[in-house]
Ligand binder design. Sequence first.
Ligand code: T1G
Length: 663
Amino acid sequence: MNPANVSPPVTLAKHGDVAVITIDNPPVNVLSHAVRSGLLECLSQAVADADIRAVVIICAGRTFIAGADITEFGKPPQSPSLLEVVATLDDCPKPIFAALHGTALGGGLETALACRYRIGLKTARIGLPEVHLGLIPGAGGTQRLPRVAGLNNALEMITSGRHVGAEEALAMGAIDEVVNGDDLLAAAIDFSRRTLAQGNLRSRTSELELEDSADNQDIVSTWKKRVSKKARGQESPLVALEAISQSIKLPFAEGLLKERELFLGCMGSAQSRALRHIFFAERAAAKLPDSIPNTPTDIKSAAVIGGGTMGRGIAMCFANKNIPVTVVEMQQEQLDLALRAIDKTYAKMSSSGRISEQQHRQRMALISGSCDHSSLARVDVVIEAVFEKLEVKHAIFSSLDKHCKPEAILATNTSYLDIEAIASAVGDPSRVLGMHFFSPAHIMKLLEVVRTGQTSTVAISSMMKLGKILGKRSVLVGNGFGFAANRMYSAYGREGQQMLLEGVTPTQLDQAMKNWGMAMGPAAVLDMSGIDIGYNARKQNPNPPADPSYFRPADLLAEQGYFGRKTGRGFYRYDPTTGKAQEDPEIIELIRAEAQRLNVTPVELPESEIQKRMVGAIATEGEAILTEGIATRASDLDVIWVNGYGFPRWRGGPMHYASEQGD
Ligand code: T1G
């Protein structure tokens, strides 16, 4: 039953002898059941109409079909399936032309590949990103893409899941024409008529054959080595490779069956459940809680107080998104140093091709410097990123209160200090909150937006919107020592420190967590970030745990001046020339002696036990954070860990992982 005044997601219109099927299923035209049914209905009408000689499939809104509807996964399948739709397109007696704009992804690209021809706007991008969901293309992509774009391109695209621009897609044969203008529909109709006029239509993709040649076998084995090395525990890229390799061995129909079998295996996997969970968790985290109206103000200019590592990275976040930003330092010399360092970073990015020389210049032109808060009278937001000392921040916020306009939002990048205490320095604490970036700020995706009980809904909604504009994965959390991210990280670190006292070596601890999928081991992270940082933070904790063994190995090293890489010695000793980390027997002995002094009983811990305790510590602290209301969703804590601490995406985050263990 179609409720009144709701237009169907798929409509058919006749343009002379060309039928145009338009899909309109906002926001990204996913292939929901209604779209699949509507597509088949419109196609059968077009085929039955004797006037029609060709069919164009196009989408309304911002993009061509972005994929199957992931929200339908795990539910009872509804006919027609996407496979049925794609098979009908492939069999169509009249040539179908897919008109692409935005991002034609997953089932969307598979739909286009089942059409006879493809045309795209210059700005269009295509991709089969299913591996990012722990899946593989499940509607013929592993069999059709090699046939139109070549085996090597298909292996690269599908196992990486990357998006490919229109020009590159044209070059590889995945699309047939790139439209220079922006009238995609007119161009597609014109292209269909030109093609008909030329006669001898091309074969269906499914009729193209690939050879099981020695060259193709070499290509597959080369990619197998590459993907095995890169996958680091994730399964679906290798499964995708297996499916693609069948395209040179089996006839199309059998290859399709093999793809289906492998796809269903992935669909039921823990890794796919985890990756689908984090996909939606990241989008949910960006949404404000119902209690907060979405009343953001526009941020047209910014300032960053402090030109140190964090300040430089934060300033770059604004410049990267075309927002003018002023870096403020106490002395001209420090300011010049900061601006030169930012320029050098952009120069490196430009020479490595990550940005163009023009972007380098554009971004630097957006960054100005000042040693005087009076220059901040008109900025919309200020982010303080100075030394983690409450009195220093207090003085800065008091000065900002005097010099900034009353509606300017004042944010601190502190990673654990009490934001209400900082806010007490300004007349109107409702405009103060935390914007906790993660180092390096211009690279790390995570942004913790920390509200106090006094922060206004305008400030909160403005900063959550700013986070999205800066390209961050923003998570809204409450005030409290360590907020959510560092508080959970501290629990993780504490468990590791405890196991060091129990006789686990730094190498065993780090190897266990890297084997589990973490990007780096906890001891190596401490050595990299500086053991003194955590040491100083713990000294500022108003309510330190009463446990005498709390972080004792790290505190012991800090007290000896072993801060890690920056002093050449920490949990590891670092070779002064190569910087290579080596196990340090003296440090192990130091920790063992401290354990004896603390009467900690040494234990033999298998790797699985180390992993279980470390991940369990994160989830336990996460539960406490949820109970205290510091975070609103368990999935938000997963977003924090996947985007801020190198937690493997294919495990879904600590809370999802714990829920799957039935803990
Ligand atoms: N299914 C359901 N909802 C989706 C969706 C999808 N495939 N893609 C996006 N959404 C929702 C998303 O949750 C959000 O909802 C809104 O659309 C805007 O998304 C058989 C099996 C297209 C690049 O993996 O990469 O096809 O929060 O915030 O930043 O082989 O969405 O507004 O309620 O991300 O502009 C393959 C996944 C699926 C593409 C747009 N396709 N999507 O990014 O917007 S599996 C994908 C994206 C498949 C076949 C297989 C991005 C985007 P809400 P957004 P965006």
